[in-house]
Design a protein around this ligand. Structure first.
Ligand SMILES: [Zn+2]
Length: 401
Protein backbone atom coordinates (compact mmCIF):
# COMPACT_ATOMS: atom_id res chain seq x y z
CA UNK A 1 0.00 0.00 0.00
CA UNK A 2 1.12 3.54 -0.71
CA UNK A 3 2.64 5.09 2.42
CA UNK A 4 0.20 7.99 2.80
CA UNK A 5 -2.76 5.58 2.52
CA UNK A 6 -1.15 3.34 5.12
CA UNK A 7 -0.73 6.26 7.55
CA UNK A 8 -4.31 7.40 7.01
CA UNK A 9 -5.73 3.94 7.50
CA UNK A 10 -3.73 3.45 10.70
CA UNK A 11 -4.93 6.81 12.05
CA UNK A 12 -8.50 5.93 11.16
CA UNK A 13 -8.01 2.62 12.95
CA UNK A 14 -7.12 4.51 16.14
CA UNK A 15 -10.18 6.82 16.01
CA UNK A 16 -11.82 4.99 18.92
CA UNK A 17 -8.62 4.82 21.00
CA UNK A 18 -7.90 8.54 20.50
CA UNK A 19 -11.48 9.38 21.49
CA UNK A 20 -11.37 7.17 24.57
CA UNK A 21 -8.01 8.61 25.69
CA UNK A 22 -9.26 12.17 25.15
CA UNK A 23 -12.42 11.50 27.19
CA UNK A 24 -10.22 10.08 29.98
CA UNK A 25 -7.96 13.13 30.16
CA UNK A 26 -10.88 15.56 29.94
CA UNK A 27 -12.34 13.78 32.98
CA UNK A 28 -9.27 14.72 35.03
CA UNK A 29 -9.53 18.45 35.88
CA UNK A 30 -6.13 20.10 35.34
CA UNK A 31 -6.05 23.81 35.93
CA UNK A 32 -2.57 25.36 36.00
CA UNK A 33 -0.51 23.95 38.93
CA UNK A 34 -3.08 21.18 39.42
CA UNK A 35 -2.03 18.86 36.56
CA UNK A 36 -0.65 15.88 38.51
CA UNK A 37 -3.41 13.38 37.74
CA UNK A 38 -3.57 14.18 34.04
CA UNK A 39 0.24 14.10 33.65
CA UNK A 40 0.35 10.63 35.18
CA UNK A 41 -2.53 9.42 32.99
CA UNK A 42 -0.70 10.67 29.87
CA UNK A 43 2.55 8.97 30.96
CA UNK A 44 0.60 5.73 31.39
CA UNK A 45 -0.89 6.00 27.86
CA UNK A 46 2.56 6.72 26.39
CA UNK A 47 3.94 3.58 28.01
CA UNK A 48 0.89 1.58 26.97
CA UNK A 49 1.28 2.47 23.26
CA UNK A 50 5.00 1.63 23.27
CA UNK A 51 6.99 4.85 23.67
CA UNK A 52 10.72 4.17 24.05
CA UNK A 53 11.19 6.41 27.10
CA UNK A 54 8.77 8.32 29.32
CA UNK A 55 9.85 10.80 32.03
CA UNK A 56 8.25 13.42 34.24
CA UNK A 57 10.69 16.31 34.73
CA UNK A 58 11.18 18.22 38.03
CA UNK A 59 8.70 20.91 36.96
CA UNK A 60 6.06 18.24 36.25
CA UNK A 61 6.06 18.16 32.43
CA UNK A 62 5.73 14.71 30.84
CA UNK A 63 8.36 13.94 28.19
CA UNK A 64 7.82 10.89 26.00
CA UNK A 65 10.28 9.76 23.33
CA UNK A 66 10.05 7.56 20.26
CA UNK A 67 13.01 6.64 18.07
CA UNK A 68 16.72 7.16 18.63
CA UNK A 69 17.87 9.13 15.59
CA UNK A 70 20.25 12.07 15.65
CA UNK A 71 17.68 14.76 14.76
CA UNK A 72 15.45 15.77 17.64
CA UNK A 73 11.95 17.01 16.74
CA UNK A 74 9.52 17.96 19.50
CA UNK A 75 5.73 18.10 19.44
CA UNK A 76 4.06 19.95 22.28
CA UNK A 77 0.65 20.17 23.93
CA UNK A 78 -0.01 22.09 27.12
CA UNK A 79 -2.32 19.93 29.19
CA UNK A 80 -3.53 22.46 31.73
CA UNK A 81 -6.88 24.14 31.10
CA UNK A 82 -8.63 27.26 32.30
CA UNK A 83 -11.49 27.03 34.79
CA UNK A 84 -15.01 26.24 33.56
CA UNK A 85 -16.41 29.75 34.18
CA UNK A 86 -20.12 30.07 35.02
CA UNK A 87 -21.39 26.44 35.32
CA UNK A 88 -24.91 27.48 34.29
CA UNK A 89 -23.61 28.27 30.79
CA UNK A 90 -22.69 24.62 30.19
CA UNK A 91 -25.27 22.30 28.60
CA UNK A 92 -23.27 19.24 29.71
CA UNK A 93 -20.84 18.44 32.53
CA UNK A 94 -17.47 19.96 31.49
CA UNK A 95 -15.48 17.07 32.97
CA UNK A 96 -17.78 14.09 32.35
CA UNK A 97 -18.00 15.52 28.85
CA UNK A 98 -19.95 13.85 26.06
CA UNK A 99 -19.53 12.52 22.56
CA UNK A 100 -21.58 11.68 19.51
CA UNK A 101 -20.62 10.46 16.04
CA UNK A 102 -18.78 13.67 15.16
CA UNK A 103 -17.68 15.57 18.27
CA UNK A 104 -16.27 15.25 21.78
CA UNK A 105 -17.21 17.87 24.38
CA UNK A 106 -15.57 18.93 27.64
CA UNK A 107 -13.18 21.49 29.13
CA UNK A 108 -9.93 21.20 27.20
CA UNK A 109 -11.43 19.33 24.21
CA UNK A 110 -10.07 21.92 21.76
CA UNK A 111 -7.65 23.79 24.07
CA UNK A 112 -5.85 21.48 23.95
CA UNK A 113 -6.14 17.98 25.27
CA UNK A 114 -7.24 16.92 21.78
CA UNK A 115 -3.77 17.76 20.44
CA UNK A 116 -2.27 15.61 23.20
CA UNK A 117 -4.45 12.62 22.31
CA UNK A 118 -3.64 12.89 18.59
CA UNK A 119 0.12 13.19 19.27
CA UNK A 120 0.30 10.02 21.37
CA UNK A 121 -1.32 7.98 18.60
CA UNK A 122 0.64 9.83 15.89
CA UNK A 123 3.81 8.68 17.66
CA UNK A 124 2.51 5.12 17.88
CA UNK A 125 1.98 5.15 14.09
CA UNK A 126 5.52 6.51 13.50
CA UNK A 127 6.91 3.52 15.30
CA UNK A 128 4.63 0.95 13.75
CA UNK A 129 5.25 2.11 10.18
CA UNK A 130 8.96 2.86 10.66
CA UNK A 131 8.60 6.55 9.82
CA UNK A 132 11.23 7.87 12.21
CA UNK A 133 14.23 7.77 9.86
CA UNK A 134 17.13 9.53 11.56
CA UNK A 135 14.78 11.37 13.96
CA UNK A 136 13.98 11.11 17.62
CA UNK A 137 10.55 12.52 18.36
CA UNK A 138 9.87 14.06 21.76
CA UNK A 139 6.20 14.37 22.70
CA UNK A 140 5.67 16.84 25.54
CA UNK A 141 2.64 17.35 27.77
CA UNK A 142 3.44 20.68 29.42
CA UNK A 143 2.14 22.51 32.49
CA UNK A 144 1.06 26.04 33.49
CA UNK A 145 0.65 27.38 29.95
CA UNK A 146 -2.70 29.00 30.70
CA UNK A 147 -1.11 30.91 33.59
CA UNK A 148 2.24 31.77 32.03
CA UNK A 149 2.64 30.69 28.38
CA UNK A 150 6.09 29.38 27.54
CA UNK A 151 7.38 29.02 31.12
CA UNK A 152 7.34 25.22 30.83
CA UNK A 153 9.62 25.43 27.79
CA UNK A 154 11.95 27.93 29.48
CA UNK A 155 12.44 25.13 32.00
CA UNK A 156 12.77 22.36 29.40
CA UNK A 157 15.37 24.33 27.42
CA UNK A 158 17.33 25.85 30.32
CA UNK A 159 17.16 23.08 32.93
CA UNK A 160 16.30 19.83 31.12
CA UNK A 161 18.88 20.98 28.50
CA UNK A 162 16.73 19.93 25.57
CA UNK A 163 17.01 21.81 22.29
CA UNK A 164 14.99 20.35 19.39
CA UNK A 165 15.60 21.26 15.76
CA UNK A 166 12.03 22.56 15.71
CA UNK A 167 8.84 22.26 17.74
CA UNK A 168 5.41 21.46 16.34
CA UNK A 169 2.77 23.13 18.52
CA UNK A 170 -0.54 21.27 18.61
CA UNK A 171 -2.81 24.06 19.88
CA UNK A 172 -6.05 24.24 17.87
CA UNK A 173 -5.68 25.46 14.27
CA UNK A 174 -8.72 23.75 12.66
CA UNK A 175 -6.10 21.65 10.84
CA UNK A 176 -4.52 24.68 9.21
CA UNK A 177 -0.79 25.38 9.47
CA UNK A 178 0.00 28.31 11.76
CA UNK A 179 3.35 30.04 11.57
CA UNK A 180 3.21 32.88 14.10
CA UNK A 181 1.38 34.91 16.67
CA UNK A 182 1.57 38.32 18.31
CA UNK A 183 3.54 38.47 21.53
CA UNK A 184 2.24 39.95 24.75
CA UNK A 185 3.23 41.66 28.00
CA UNK A 186 1.51 42.27 31.31
CA UNK A 187 2.33 45.84 32.34
CA UNK A 188 1.65 47.48 35.72
CA UNK A 189 1.28 51.24 36.24
CA UNK A 190 1.12 52.65 39.78
CA UNK A 191 0.42 56.18 40.95
CA UNK A 192 1.14 57.24 44.53
CA UNK A 193 -0.70 59.88 46.57
CA UNK A 194 -1.18 60.96 50.17
CA UNK A 195 -4.29 59.99 52.12
CA UNK A 196 -6.26 62.30 54.37
CA UNK A 197 -9.80 62.60 55.68
CA UNK A 198 -12.33 62.57 52.83
CA UNK A 199 -14.10 65.57 54.34
CA UNK A 200 -11.12 67.79 53.52
CA UNK A 201 -9.62 66.36 50.30
CA UNK A 202 -7.43 69.44 49.78
CA UNK A 203 -5.16 68.19 52.59
CA UNK A 204 -4.25 65.05 50.59
CA UNK A 205 -3.12 64.02 47.10
CA UNK A 206 -5.54 61.66 45.33
CA UNK A 207 -3.80 58.77 43.49
CA UNK A 208 -6.99 57.85 41.59
CA UNK A 209 -7.22 61.34 40.07
CA UNK A 210 -3.61 60.98 38.90
CA UNK A 211 -4.51 57.72 37.17
CA UNK A 212 -7.52 59.12 35.30
CA UNK A 213 -5.61 61.01 32.56
CA UNK A 214 -3.16 58.09 32.21
CA UNK A 215 -6.06 55.79 31.32
CA UNK A 216 -7.32 58.20 28.66
CA UNK A 217 -3.85 58.57 27.15
CA UNK A 218 -3.49 54.77 27.04
CA UNK A 219 -6.73 54.50 25.11
CA UNK A 220 -5.35 56.97 22.58
CA UNK A 221 -2.00 55.16 22.44
CA UNK A 222 -3.76 51.93 21.44
CA UNK A 223 -5.05 53.60 18.27
CA UNK A 224 -1.51 54.50 17.19
CA UNK A 225 0.34 51.21 17.65
CA UNK A 226 2.33 49.51 14.90
CA UNK A 227 0.74 47.38 12.17
CA UNK A 228 2.17 44.28 10.46
CA UNK A 229 0.85 42.79 7.23
CA UNK A 230 0.82 39.20 8.56
CA UNK A 231 0.22 39.52 12.32
CA UNK A 232 -1.98 42.60 12.32
CA UNK A 233 -1.88 45.50 14.73
CA UNK A 234 -0.26 45.81 18.15
CA UNK A 235 -2.87 46.54 20.79
CA UNK A 236 -3.37 47.41 24.43
CA UNK A 237 -6.22 47.54 26.87
CA UNK A 238 -6.51 48.41 30.55
CA UNK A 239 -7.58 45.10 32.06
CA UNK A 240 -7.66 45.68 35.84
CA UNK A 241 -7.68 48.53 38.37
CA UNK A 242 -6.77 48.47 42.07
CA UNK A 243 -6.46 51.08 44.79
CA UNK A 244 -5.46 51.51 48.41
CA UNK A 245 -7.22 53.90 50.73
CA UNK A 246 -7.54 53.93 54.52
CA UNK A 247 -11.35 54.07 54.31
CA UNK A 248 -14.33 54.90 52.13
CA UNK A 249 -14.12 58.31 53.82
CA UNK A 250 -10.56 59.06 52.73
CA UNK A 251 -8.43 60.18 49.82
CA UNK A 252 -6.86 57.18 48.02
CA UNK A 253 -3.10 56.89 48.51
CA UNK A 254 -2.32 54.53 45.61
CA UNK A 255 -3.83 53.34 42.36
CA UNK A 256 -2.59 50.55 40.08
CA UNK A 257 -3.76 49.44 36.66
CA UNK A 258 -2.86 46.37 34.60
CA UNK A 259 -2.39 46.62 30.85
CA UNK A 260 -2.76 43.69 28.46
CA UNK A 261 -0.37 44.66 25.66
CA UNK A 262 -0.17 42.61 22.42
CA UNK A 263 3.01 43.07 20.39
CA UNK A 264 3.05 42.77 16.64
CA UNK A 265 6.05 41.91 14.47
CA UNK A 266 8.94 44.30 15.14
CA UNK A 267 7.69 45.69 18.47
CA UNK A 268 10.04 45.17 21.44
CA UNK A 269 9.20 45.03 25.13
CA UNK A 270 11.62 47.88 25.82
CA UNK A 271 9.83 50.16 23.39
CA UNK A 272 6.38 49.08 24.66
CA UNK A 273 7.37 50.11 28.21
CA UNK A 274 8.98 53.34 26.94
CA UNK A 275 5.77 54.30 25.09
CA UNK A 276 3.88 54.18 28.40
CA UNK A 277 6.65 55.98 30.30
CA UNK A 278 6.60 58.79 27.71
CA UNK A 279 2.88 59.56 28.19
CA UNK A 280 2.53 63.15 29.48
CA UNK A 281 0.25 62.10 32.37
CA UNK A 282 2.69 59.36 33.42
CA UNK A 283 5.55 61.88 33.49
CA UNK A 284 3.51 64.54 35.28
CA UNK A 285 2.38 62.16 38.04
CA UNK A 286 5.67 60.29 38.39
CA UNK A 287 3.81 56.96 37.92
CA UNK A 288 5.86 53.77 38.08
CA UNK A 289 5.71 51.55 34.97
CA UNK A 290 6.89 47.94 35.22
CA UNK A 291 6.38 44.37 34.04
CA UNK A 292 4.53 41.86 36.19
CA UNK A 293 6.37 38.69 37.13
CA UNK A 294 5.14 35.13 37.67
CA UNK A 295 6.31 32.76 40.38
CA UNK A 296 3.47 30.35 41.16
CA UNK A 297 4.74 26.89 42.18
CA UNK A 298 4.11 24.00 39.75
CA UNK A 299 2.22 20.89 40.90
CA UNK A 300 5.62 19.48 41.87
CA UNK A 301 6.26 22.55 44.06
CA UNK A 302 8.91 23.95 41.73
CA UNK A 303 9.11 27.76 41.57
CA UNK A 304 10.66 29.17 38.39
CA UNK A 305 10.16 32.94 38.38
CA UNK A 306 9.90 34.86 35.12
CA UNK A 307 8.88 38.26 33.75
CA UNK A 308 5.41 38.39 32.17
CA UNK A 309 6.83 39.08 28.74
CA UNK A 310 5.89 36.71 25.93
CA UNK A 311 7.69 37.60 22.69
CA UNK A 312 6.20 37.66 19.21
CA UNK A 313 7.31 34.94 16.80
CA UNK A 314 6.92 34.28 13.09
CA UNK A 315 8.53 31.47 11.10
CA UNK A 316 8.94 32.06 7.36
CA UNK A 317 6.77 30.04 5.00
CA UNK A 318 9.84 28.49 3.32
CA UNK A 319 11.47 27.44 6.61
CA UNK A 320 12.02 23.64 6.80
CA UNK A 321 9.75 23.38 9.88
CA UNK A 322 6.85 25.03 8.08
CA UNK A 323 7.55 23.16 4.83
CA UNK A 324 7.62 19.85 6.70
CA UNK A 325 4.09 20.28 8.03
CA UNK A 326 2.78 21.68 4.74
CA UNK A 327 4.37 18.76 2.80
CA UNK A 328 3.02 16.21 5.29
CA UNK A 329 -0.48 17.57 4.82
CA UNK A 330 -0.17 17.60 1.02
CA UNK A 331 1.16 14.07 0.93
CA UNK A 332 -1.74 12.77 3.02
CA UNK A 333 -4.66 14.76 1.68
CA UNK A 334 -3.55 15.67 -1.85
CA UNK A 335 -4.11 19.42 -1.41
CA UNK A 336 -2.40 22.47 0.06
CA UNK A 337 -3.25 23.35 3.65
CA UNK A 338 -4.21 26.89 4.58
CA UNK A 339 -1.25 28.70 6.18
CA UNK A 340 -2.27 31.24 8.79
CA UNK A 341 -1.54 32.54 12.34
CA UNK A 342 -2.96 32.31 15.87
CA UNK A 343 -4.87 35.15 17.50
CA UNK A 344 -4.13 33.83 20.98
CA UNK A 345 -0.79 32.99 22.56
CA UNK A 346 1.08 29.67 22.74
CA UNK A 347 4.28 28.15 24.13
CA UNK A 348 5.95 29.44 20.94
CA UNK A 349 6.56 32.72 22.85
CA UNK A 350 9.45 31.16 24.69
CA UNK A 351 10.51 28.37 22.31
CA UNK A 352 10.92 30.65 19.30
CA UNK A 353 10.31 34.09 20.85
CA UNK A 354 12.99 33.81 23.55
CA UNK A 355 15.26 31.00 22.30
CA UNK A 356 14.95 31.16 18.52
CA UNK A 357 14.03 27.47 18.14
CA UNK A 358 11.67 27.39 15.13
CA UNK A 359 8.00 26.62 15.83
CA UNK A 360 5.10 25.74 13.60
CA UNK A 361 1.51 24.96 14.54
CA UNK A 362 -0.95 22.30 13.50
CA UNK A 363 -3.73 21.08 15.75
CA UNK A 364 -7.20 19.58 15.94
CA UNK A 365 -9.98 21.73 17.35
CA UNK A 366 -10.92 25.35 16.81
CA UNK A 367 -9.48 28.47 18.39
CA UNK A 368 -12.94 29.92 19.08
CA UNK A 369 -13.72 26.95 21.34
CA UNK A 370 -10.87 27.87 23.69
CA UNK A 371 -11.97 29.08 27.15
CA UNK A 372 -15.64 29.02 26.05
CA UNK A 373 -18.51 27.10 27.67
CA UNK A 374 -19.69 23.94 25.84
CA UNK A 375 -16.19 23.46 24.38
CA UNK A 376 -16.02 20.72 21.75
CA UNK A 377 -13.62 19.20 19.25
CA UNK A 378 -14.10 17.15 16.09
CA UNK A 379 -13.24 13.47 15.73
CA UNK A 380 -12.30 13.84 12.05
CA UNK A 381 -9.75 16.50 12.99
CA UNK A 382 -8.27 14.35 15.77
CA UNK A 383 -7.68 11.56 13.26
CA UNK A 384 -6.33 13.95 10.60
CA UNK A 385 -3.90 15.48 13.11
CA UNK A 386 -2.63 12.07 14.25
CA UNK A 387 -1.87 11.23 10.60
CA UNK A 388 -0.02 14.51 10.01
CA UNK A 389 2.05 14.07 13.19
CA UNK A 390 2.95 10.53 12.14
CA UNK A 391 4.18 11.76 8.75
CA UNK A 392 6.31 14.64 10.10
CA UNK A 393 9.60 12.81 10.91
CA UNK A 394 9.45 10.93 7.61
CA UNK A 395 8.84 14.10 5.58
CA UNK A 396 11.47 16.07 7.56
CA UNK A 397 14.07 13.34 6.94
CA UNK A 398 13.35 13.44 3.21
CA UNK A 399 12.92 17.18 2.78
CA UNK A 400 14.71 18.55 -0.30
CA UNK A 401 16.69 21.70 0.48
ZN1 LIG B 1 -4.11 26.56 24.61
Amino acid sequence: MELSKEILSKAEGYRASISKFLRDIIALPSQSSGEEAVIKRIAQEMEHVGFDKVEIDPMGNVLGYVGNGSKLIAMDAHIDTVDIGDPSLWKFDPYKGYEDEKVIGGRGASDQKGGMASMVYGAKIMKELGLLGDCTVLITGTVQEEDCDGLCWQYIIEEDKIRPEFVLLTEPTSCKVHRGQRGRMEIKVTTKGVSCHGSAPERGDNAIYKMAPIILELRALHENLAYDEFLGKGSLTVSEIFFTSPSRCAVADSCTISIDRRLTHGETWQEALAQVRRLPAVKASGAEVSLYSYSRPSWKGLVYPTDCYFPTWVVEEDHPACRTVVESYKKLFGEDPIVDKWTFSTNGVSIMGRYGIPCVGFGPGHEDQAHAPNEITWKDELVKAAAVYAAVPYVYSNLKS
